[in-house]
Design a protein around this ligand. Structure first.
Ligand code: FES
Length: 105
């Protein structure tokens, strides 16, 4: 399952994720700058904030209530903001594009 991470300075990193791996894990394992993931994926730090490409929003869906309350701690939140540890790779998300916020760069 391919996921592309676009850093705030415009560099695209494409990586292969296994089903069930989170978009956060994919970035951390591949040393993609811009995702800190301080809490290790527990939906408790908001440093894995990403912007889902608008074309993919329907497939990823929106944040859960818990995720939404964590997003209050992230900077520059937009309607397409998600915490990447809460997006799990699955076949329908093959080709997913996310942008990384400048504040985590
Ligand atoms: Fe901490 Fe996602 S890694 S909220």
């Amino acid at each position: 399952i391919q996921v592309t991470y676009l850093t705030h300075d415009g560099v695209a990193h494409s990586v292969e994720l296994k089903p069930g791996q989170s978009v956060m894990e994919g970035a951390v394992r591949n040393n993609i700058p811009g995702i800190d993931a301080d809490c290790g994926g527990a939906c408790a730090c908001a440093t894995c904030h990403v912007y889902v490409d608008p074309d993919w929003l329907e497939k990823t869906g929106g944040p859960s209530a818990m995720e939404e309350s964590m997003l209050d701690f992230a900077e520059g939140v937009q309607p397409n903001s998600r915490l990447s540890c809460q997006i799990k790779a699955s076949e329908p998300l093959n080709g997913l594009l996310v942008r990384l916020p400048e504040s985590q760069g």
